[in-house]
Design a protein around this ligand. Structure first.
Ligand SMILES: NC(=O)c1ccc[n+]([C@@H]2O[C@H](COP(=O)([O-])OP(=O)(O)OC[C@H]3O[C@@H](n4cnc5c(N)ncnc54)[C@H](OP(=O)(O)O)[C@@H]3O)[C@@H](O)[C@H]2O)c1
Length: 258
């Protein structure tokens, strides 16, 4: 039985992914900040006859990734699949954004994801087997006025994941960058984007369907995948349209409407 570590598993896409891995009898290590929600999820998923460890941790704190790695190493828990899913965005113009929100997004979406990958990868390489799933976003394919930092963090995740997937191509370890578009989860509430054109007018996908897409592509070992045909089309269109136009449309989509 393999063991899967999922960050951000207390709700949203991470929780739906955890259910899929549990259904296929993978043991789980679930991480998020909310201890109570995690305990609930763990109790629910143990019904599949698997081992579920829940670790409440704020991954945006600098010591958290190493703490998590050391704790699992100390318990001789080997991680076969690492799912770097925890992430968040914050709405607002960059100049007015509180510094803690800027650094918080970078710490969680970039630093923790990179450090966890760096820590858990060597044992996978040594075993010549493993999977890493980095959850980026369709936001990573263009600049995002009004969510400049969030979009930039997701561009990093795409670039980083594709690069290391190439480096690891003969190692037995696959790296999958999975890009959801707008999805109904707790994300929009925390980001302050519930009233954006994207969520109010253009529509979002269900988390269950998005997670199923993600689960399939990570098990296939695909390098880059976008959830939803409409999201795939939009991501392709940004490659050919003038960048100023792409950025202007991106702003229009992010703007709040009544
Ligand atoms: N929903 C969308 O529209 C959308 C679109 C594209 C990409 N994504 C990406 O998909 C991923 C999952 O997002 P989601 O939509 O499922 O959002 P969500 O419902 O807000 O879930 C986020 C998860 O991350 C955990 N988390 C947040 N901050 C954390 C921290 N500092 N340390 C540890 N865990 C933390 C949350 O749990 P706690 O609050 O308990 O910590 C929760 O389990 C993110 O990377 C997001 O950027 C989302």
């Amino acid at each position: 039985m393999s063991t899967v570590l999922i960050t951000g598993a207390s709700g949203g896409i991470g929780y739906e992914l955890a259910k899929l891995f549990a259904r296929d009898h993978h043991n789980l290590v679930l991480v998020a900040r909310s201890a109570d929600k995690l305990a609930q999820v763990a109790a629910e998923l143990r019904a599949h006859g698997i081992t579920v460890k829940n670790i409440a941790l704020d991954l945006a704190t600098p010591s958290a990734p190493k703490f998590l790695f050391d704790q699992l190493k100390g318990e001789s828990t080997a991680i076969d699949i690492l799912v770097n899913n925890a992430g968040y965005g914050a709405f607002g113009e960059f100049a007015q954004m509180p510094e803690e929100e800027i650094l918080g997004q970078i710490s969680l979406n970039i630093t923790a994801l990179t450090e966890l990958t760096h820590l858990f990868l060597p044992p996978m390489i040594a075993r010549r087997s493993g999977r890493i799933m980095n959850v980026a976003s369709t936001a990573g394919f263009q600049p995002g006025p009004l969510m400049a930092v969030y979009y930039a963090t997701k561009a990093y995740v795409i670039s980083f994941s594709e690069a290391i997937a190439n480096e690891l191509r003969d190692s037995g370890v696959t790296v999958t960058c999975f890009c959801p578009g707008a999805t109904h989860t707790g994300f929009a509430r925390r980001a302050g984007t519930e009233k954006s054109r994207l969520f109010k007018k253009l529509g979002a996908m269900g988390a269950e369907k998005v997670a199923l897409d993600g689960y399939r592509v990570v098990m296939e070992g695909r390098t880059l995948a976008i959830s939803g045909a409409h999201n795939w089309l939009v991501a392709q269109s940004t490659r050919f349209a003038p960048r100023k136009m792409v950025t202007a449309v991106s702003r229009w989509v992010a703007e709040r409407v009544d």
